[in-house]
Design a protein around this ligand. Structure first.
Ligand code: FES
Length: 383
């Protein structure tokens, strides 16, 4: 029997499309406007010839639910996997956020929707403690910087060393040239330049590789990284905290592995894509008035290539560089004798390698002081 719309229904309902335009098991997105002109993006799903509509905007970070994976009556957001029942917009598990649900109507071969939600979404989710703490601290930190980015004159410069060598201390502790050089650099920064120093050894942290959320959509790459949000054990939070909140200078050391930096280095920088991405998607600059420098060592050649990659990435994060921003050496293709490499660096008191390291560290520390004092970032970021 043909269904006739009542007058008040007629005024409210919005035409969406012909029913044939949404195939069984598929979904489609629409933008509708209520009587006040407010827009809502809707995802409509066809399950066995019945049409179900919920908000198209995931309650987490706005992922498009119409592009999610539909299994029975639950859709999984394509960005980070939050789930919603397509009949109601409710999360199928306790503690999950819900989105608005809507009533659809089929009249003849046409599909309509009531723009007033039949079920209202609500937010109940809270991220785990460490994740929420970092979110808050970064927010407060940026608010403070927006007010005044100058380093208080009496505060020490903080130098963070990140050693990215993969050497396995548990199996057989051994001399790492890059880490030995970083130790020397931090020792110099502390004793001769009066800075505060911390070293992070990446191999002692437990953190996952990047899962490529950026490739789904630039906005799916969120800060702090969604992997840290999902995995309470993920220790990238420690890197974010030290790099963004604590450090004034970051010195990264790496060995050369087949012409590139260490695999752990790449694992870390790919997880830092979310730091750089904030400036692209949110116009928010997490790295302010900080300098970086690099130590690169290898038994084979390619220092300049590795330095080029590191300079490029850390500059895109927002770091600036002092004079001689990297120090590196290798002993060439025929010198597969890393123990000699290490010894030649550390043994002589006045080795040229030690002198180069000191010069690079001094350049970075002085640059960090300069940019802070002169509010460098504040000038540049107002464009
Ligand atoms: S799960 Fe939907 S935006 Fe993150």
């Amino acid at each position: 029997m043909k269904r006739i719309m009542k007058d008040n229904e007629k005024n409210r309902t919005r035409y969406l499309c012909l029913t044939s335009e949404i195939l069984e098991g598929r979904s489609k997105s629409f933008s509708i406007y209520d009587d006040k002109g407010l827009r809502e993006d809707i995802a409509v799903f066809n399950i066995n010839g019945k049409y179900h509509a919920i908000s198209d905007t995931c309650a987490h970070k706005g992922g498009p639910l119409s592009q999610g994976i539909l299994k029975e009556d639950v859709v999984t957001c394509p960005w980070h996997g939050w789930k919603y029942n397509v009949h109601t917009g409710k999360s199928p598990h306790k503690g999950g956020d819900n989105v608005n649900g809507f009533v659809t109507k089929v009249i003849g071969n046409k599909l309509y929707i009531d723009p007033i939600p039949s079920t209202l979404g609500n937010k109940v989710y809270t991220p785990h403690k460490k994740y929420a703490a970092l979110q808050n601290s970064v927010k407060n930190h940026l608010t403070l910087l927006d007010k005044d980015s100058r380093m208080p004159l009496d505060s020490n410069v903080h130098v963070l060393g990140i050693s990215t060598t993969n050497s396995n201390d548990k199996v057989a502790p051994r001399k790492s040239t890059s880490e030995g050089a970083l130790n020397f650099a931090l020792d110099y920064a502390k004793k001769k330049l009066g800075t505060e120093c911390i070293m992070i050894k990446l191999r002692q942290l437990n953190f996952k590789h990047c899962e490529g959320y950026y490739s789904k959509n630039a906005k799916a790459c969120i800060f702090p990284c969604s992997i840290s949000e999902m995995d309470e054990e993920d220790q990238m939070l420690e890197i974010y905290e030290k790099v963004i909140l604590w450090s004034d200078v970051v010195i990264v050391s790496t060995p050369i592995r087949w012409g590139n930096a260490s695999s752990l280095y790449y694992q870390m920088v790919q997880r830092m894509n979310c730091v750089q991405n904030q400036s692209v998607t949110h116009n928010q600059y997490l790295i302010r008035d900080k300098a970086a420098a690099f130590i690169i060592t290898g038994g084979q050649d390619n220092v300049q290539h590795v330095a080029g990659e590191m300079l490029s990435f850390w500059s895109q994060l927002g770091f600036v560089f002092g004079k001689f921003p990297f120090v590196g050496w290798s002993r060439g293709w025929y010198a597969e004798d890393m123990e000699n490499n290490y010894d030649s660096m550390m043994s002589t008191k006045e080795s040229p390698m030690k002198r180069d390291i000191m010069r690079t560290v001094l350049g970075a520390v002085e640059m960090a002081k300069l940019v802070k004092k002169n509010k460098y970032d504040e000038h540049v970021l107002t464009i």
